[in-house]
Design a protein around this ligand. Structure first.
Ligand code: NAP
Ligand code: GLV
Length: 311
């Protein structure tokens, strides 16, 4: 049982996970969670959302690996063992996918693609104008693993980039703002606002009417973090008033987004189905196997969640 990993998350991707471990980390004995499996002696678990009763049954756990970068759902479970390290997902493909998404959506909003859509819908040749990237300011909320990488790519494209985090940062060509006091100054010039914050008690509902009011009029909002960051009714009101021109949302309070939700029919609101970026099984299998090796060697683990901070 020493290198047994329970996968309690894979769903329809189960096969790609078992294949990835077999190829990349054959030393790990992978078990898929299912009825009748005795999990009491399994030391490692990879999980997205724990089924009821999973944690009390895992009586010999050494590490919990979150399948995603965000661990808000895992932390919200009162049965999550308190004394077992929770390691969140950091792997290069997840980061690359998010950088691609942020760049794609920032360019989409920068070029105001909805103006082209409107012209095309009435077969009208209407060349529209847009500023150069260095005349456009993009603000990124959260300068962690994903926000930092996205900021670097936007800088490479020539945008003016600013970021907001809890602690000060020194990133090349990124103007850094920290903490609640500097939030208004950060927002004041953010024409395209990208949310890449973890969902914590402090950040829940942060994308709300008062925050939107501090953005330049006509700003765009991109939320690729968690649905709980956004007060949905406040976005609808801000878009109706013209304070926010357009938005892209990848994440929602209720997922899948219900078919009768007003967002489906809101003009200039673009929806992606929580797939801005996806953990890559091969890249993750390698990372997890390294962490298990570290644990066995008595070394410190990487990316352990600070439970007091919530991320
Ligand atoms: P991370 O490395 O933990 O970075 C979090 C960043 O947020 C840090 O810069 C942190 O500041 C900042 N932050 C946290 N609380 C704050 C607060 N109260 N005020 C200001 N800044 C605060 O996380 P990550 O790996 O970049 O991932 C971010 C989130 O993206 C995840 O939690 C997840 O919800 C989401 N995500 C979504 C998808 C998707 O497909 N939609 C995919 C992956 C991840 P410090 O640097 O000062 O600590
Ligand atoms: C996806 O939402 C993640 O947190 O990795």
């Amino acid at each position: 049982m020493s290198r047994t990993l329970l996968i309690a998350a894979a769903g329809e991707r189960a096969e790609s996970w078992t294949k990835a471990f077999a190829e990349i980390a054959p030393e790990i004995d992978v078990r898929m969670h299912g009825p009748g499996l005795d999990v009491s002696r399994i030391p490692y678990c990879l999980v997205w959302r724990a089924a009821p009763g999973l944690w009390p049954a895992m009586t010999n756990l050494k590490i919990i690996f979150g399948l995603g970068a965000g661990v808000d759902r895992l932390l919200a479970d009162p049965s999550l063992p308190r004394d077992v390290p929770l390691v969140r997902m950091v792997e290069p493909e997840l980061t690359r996918g998010m950088v691609e998404y942020v760049l794609w959506q920032c360019l989409f909003h920068h070029r105001k693609v909805w103006e082209l859509e409107a012209a095309q819908s009435c077969a009208t040749w209407r060349p529209h104008t847009y500023p150069a990237p260095w005349e456009r300011t993009i603000g990124i909320m959260g300068l962690g693993e994903l926000g930092t990488a996205a900021a670097a790519k936007l800088v490479e494209f020539g945008f003016k980039v600013r970021g907001w985090s809890r602690s000060p940062k020194a990133l090349p060509k990124v103007e850094s703002f920290q903490g609640a006091e500097q939030l208004p100054a950060f927002l004041a010039a953010s024409e395209i606002l990208v949310c890449l914050l973890p969902l914590t008690p402090e950040t829940r509902g942060i994308l709300n009417a008062s925050l939107f009011a501090l953005l330049p009029r006509g700003a765009s909002v991109i939320n690729a973090a968690r649905g709980g960051h956004l007060v949905e009714a406040d976005l609808s009101a801000a878009m109706a008033s013209g304070q926010i021109t357009a938005a892209t949302l990848d994440v929602f309070e209720t997922e899948p987004l219900p078919a009768d939700h007003v967002f489906w029919s809101t003009e200039r609101l673009y929806i992606t189905p929580h797939n801005a970026s996806i953990t890559d099984p091969r890249s993750a299998a390698w990372r997890i196997s390294r962490q298990i090796a570290k644990c066995e060697a008595g070394e410190e683990l990487d990316n352990v969640v600070d439970r007091a901070r919530g991320y």
